[in-house]
Design a protein around this ligand. Structure first.
Ligand code: FAD
Length: 366
């Protein structure tokens, strides 16, 4: 799958990505044809059936092409895996095969206009209605808004503070009461629709029951954070390759730029950060689902996007004025690395998780 992702980036993404914003479209069908829409789903369903460590290597490759597209595939793959593994036979039969094959796309709606990092402050509410459920509220920062076919919506079922009543429901984009009233104008990646989702007594299927919803959502977000760390390493590696190629060719004062110690030292630090980031995401991937997983993931999600941003800036500078041209992906990478710092939990929220671990270590004397 890593080779398939590398070929997809080489043949489909790099040659065309500069035109996606203007065209308002991106190659989701080609991603599906390359097997990138069912990474963590069983082979019996047509999925790749790979584990997290192998999956993260796929996301690193995808990050070399376009981090926003890679992020949308990360979210889709998480939704596909949840639906393919859920207990609701009807939901599975209706959606799993289509999600795995990429005929349908999955989205995840947790954030609300007033509740981002503080996820327990959400107010979207689900109420029981006969044998089913109805959802009312407003979600923000919904990726693939209006485009994904099935959304996993995190909501409360009783009201009141805390997460004791939080559940996850599956909501069909075409259901009555579902609308997308606002799409954001973003600093990059106009091709990818992100915006608000309004739910007005929309029908939903209970996927994770009240009380278990926040834990399930955080479990899915841990996988997504690890994906983001790997995607950041891909962006980082691609920026470094571009800078090394350029500085070996470009001469100044009678020698290649890369012969200058200052240039070498700068790019050496970029490479050390990349090596560190790869170790962090690989370790986190191997610990996902264990008690040590969330802290390992927080280290990777905190470090890799910050390092990718430093790398994108340093590599752009290594190209002098040319690093500012859209002939290279570097200006886009700087903006995308900023996005990776925020999406799926900011660097500060990772520090909150790591800070709690410091407390635990101090208490246990370890
Ligand atoms: C491109 C993109 C796509 C996204 N897609 C989705 C999606 O599909 N579904 C979805 O549900 N969400 C999505 N999000 C939302 C994303 O997860 C949130 O933006 C993120 O969790 C931060 O929330 P916020 O933007 O409301 O910032 P806030 O929570 O308002 O934070 C603002 C600032 O305060 C800091 N801060 C907050 N709390 C603390 C604290 N305790 N200690 C220290 N500092 C703190 C933050 O780090 C940040 O710098 C997306 C975001 C982006 C950028």
């Amino acid at each position: 799958m890593r080779e398939a992702a590398a070929a997809f980036v080489r043949d489909v993404v790099r040659p065309a990505v500069a035109g996606w914003d203007e065209a308002g479209s991106y190659p989701r069908e080609a991603a599906a044809a390359s097997g990138l829409t069912g990474l963590f789903c069983p082979t019996a369903l047509g999925g790749a059936g790979i584990g997290y460590p192998a999956g993260m290597e796929v996301f690193e490759e995808l990050g070399r092409g376009d981090a926003a597209f890679a992020f949308s595939l990360s979210m889709h793959n998480a939704v596909a895996a949840v639906v393919a593994g859920c207990d609701d036979e009807e939901l599975r039969a209706r959606w799993a095969a289509d999600l795995v094959a990429g005929r349908a796309l999955g989205g995840f709606s947790l954030t609300e206009p007033h509740a981002g990092s503080d996820a327990t402050a959400i107010t979207t509410r689900a109420r029981a209605d006969g044998g089913g459920w109805r959802v009312t509220g407003r979600k923000a920062w919904v990726s693939l808004a209006g485009e994904a076919d099935l959304f996993l919506v995190v909501c409360k079922t009783a009201g009141g503070p805390g997460h004791a009543d939080v559940a996850v429901l599956a909501v069909d984009r075409r259901a009555e009461g579902v609308s997308f009233p606002r799409l954001y104008r973003k600093a990059a990646s106009a091709f990818l629709p992100i915006g608000e989702m309004a739910l007005a007594d929309a029908p939903g299927t209970m996927l994770v029951p009240p009380g278990a919803g926040m834990r399930a959502a955080l479990g899915a977000i841990d996988v997504a954070r690890c994906d983001i760390a790997a995607i950041a390493c891909g962006l980082h590696a691609e920026a470094l390759d571009i800078a090394v190629r350029y500085t070996r060719e470009r001469e100044a004062f009678g020698a290649p730029l890369l012969a200058l110690d200052t240039m070498r030292f700068t790019l050496a630090d970029v490479l050390t950060d990349l090596e560190a980031g790869r170790l962090l995401y690989a370790r986190a991937a191997s610990l996902l689902g264990t008690p040590a997983g969330p802290v390992a993931v927080a280290h990777a999600k905190r470090f890799c996007p910050d390092a990718a941003l430093r790398a994108a800036i340093a590599c752009s500078e290594a190209l002098g004025a040319y690093g500012w041209l859209e002939d290279t992906p570097l200006p886009r990478f700087i903006s995308l690395a900023k996005m990776l710092q925020v999406v799926d939990g900011t660097a500060e929220i990772q520090r909150v998780v790591i800070g709690r671990e410091l407390d635990r270590m101090a208490r246990s004397g370890s």
